[in-house]
Design a protein around this ligand. Structure first.
Ligand code: ACO
Length: 383
């Protein structure tokens, strides 16, 4: 029995997994043995989902059937749509709205799929949840704008269809490809906080709706998925105040502020996903003829790494540092960035739930009690 408390479970091994592996010193990430750079370049998000959930790359027939089965599940019931509408009208935070809507999806679960111990049923439910998250998010955004939701497009893949449902217009191929790539890059990342949350819930043999709902809650925090919005908000703040980004970052460092998008519990070097998104950010800047946002990020990165030596301390840009400027240049509202992360990471949550439940053991750690040992009861009127 370990006697030392491992605060934040840092470095503690709690499970074996064949899904993804991170080499934090080399800056390498693989999903089931495939390098993230190769997957981002060659695969589609649906193909990566198949890889994560089924353990191997699909053949073209398998992919067609799998992607088709997700495509068939994109629509959401009127009841859930109404929940989404009400939250949009009430100006709810998008991550909170998504959490509530995903939880509500179980209302329309077919009876055949009710057994949480049936892994095939979990897979069917997971396809449903994954298919409906983009529809929920796009409908939420449309309602906020006072517009009607757009029905899913029958011929577009998950990423392109999401953009289509947001705007009602077929997206240009570069935008669709960029979102698809971002979804691939965020799909899995070892036992991060939200994935572990999903696993803890699944280890009680609760259903996958609960596991995904819990994952969304954990992802929403600023120390995890919320950082991508924080990065963009900082950049907008710098821009609107007419301040030089260099001046801003110097000040932030002097004030001892944490720079969102920097640092990671596992990486000691620049996150490989940040490198890929940085390239996309530069390409979009060039295509838009506006390098401002790219320049802001690189100025901040350069100062922190070269002048402040943060990289030597193992604090380098993480995936969130560049995803914000990529989404911003595609015209996506800032508070949709973390929900897009959830739209992707559901792949990892489900993959880990399936893997863990296949050989389940209840996750139940212990805490060391440090409270009083022999407190004397005082009746309420005497306190
Ligand atoms: N800016 C400045 N300094 C930092 C930053 C940062 N972003 N991150 C860590 N540090 C410093 C800390 O102040 C601390 O310094 P000290 O030892 O002098 O006190 C040291 O680095 C270690 O920090 P910890 O908080 O112990 O590192 P931990 O591994 O617990 O934290 C975390 C990782 C939470 C991601 C942290 O780096 C952070 O808050 N980053 C900003 C938020 C962010 O970008 N989150 C997204 C993470 S990636 C993801 O979830 C997809």
């Amino acid at each position: 029995m370990l006697e030392d408390v491992q605060k934040g479970l840092e470095g503690v091994l709690v499970a074996e997994s064949g899904l993804s592996s991170i080499d934090g010193d080399a800056g390498r990430l693989i999903y089931r043995g495939y390098n993230i750079e190769t997957l981002a370049r060659e695969a589609t998000y649906e193909e990566v989902l198949y890889l994560l959930w089924h353990g191997e790359l699909p053949t073209s027939e398998e992919l067609e059937e799998f992607a088709g089965s997700i495509q068939d599940e994109r629509e959401i019931d009127a009841d859930v749509l109404e929940i989404v509408r009400r939250q949009a009208v009430a100006d709810e935070e998008p991550m909170a709205a998504l959490r509530t809507a995903v939880s509500a999806l179980s209302m329309s679960e077919p009876e055949d799929d009710a057994d949480p111990e049936d892994l095939d049923a979990t897979l069917r439910k997971s396809r449903r949840i994954t298919a409906k998250i983009p529809t929920i998010l796009a409908a939420f955004e449309r309602y906020r704008l006072g517009e009607a939701p757009v029905d899913p497009h029958p011929d577009l893949g998950l990423a392109a269809n999401f953009l289509y449902m947001l705007t009602g217009e077929e997206p240009d191929p570069v935008a669709a490809e960029t979102i698809d790539q971002a979804l691939i890059l965020h799909a899995d990342h070892g036992l991060n906080a939200s994935t572990f949350t999903s696993m803890v819930i699944a280890s009680t043999m609760a259903d996958v709706y609960s596991a995904v709902t819990g994952g969304i809650g954990a992802l929403s925090g600023p120390l995890h998925g919320g950082a991508n919005q924080d990065v963009m908000e900082v950049l907008i703040e710098v821009d609107e105040s007419d301040r030089d980004p260099l001046e801003w970052v110097k000040n932030a460092v002097d004030e001892g502020r944490r720079i969102p998008g920097f640092g990671h519990r596992v990486y000691n070097v620049k996150d490989p996903r940040a490198k890929i998104l940085q390239e996309r950010c530069a390409e979009l800047a060039e295509a838009n003829g506006d390098e401002k946002w790219y320049d802001y990020t690189t100025t901040i990165e350069q100062y922190l790494t070269e002048e402040q030596g943060l990289v030597e301390k193992g604090i380098a840009p993480n995936v969130d540092f560049y995803s914000g400027t990529v989404y911003y240049q595609l015209g996506i509202p800032v508070d949709m960035y973390t929900p897009i992360f959830a739209m992707s990471r559901v792949g990892g949550w489900v993959g880990h739930v399936l893997e863990y439940q296949d050989d389940n053991r209840l996750i139940r750690p212990r805490g060391r009690y440090i409270g009083p040992d022999d407190a004397e009861w005082v009746p309420i009127e005497e306190r």
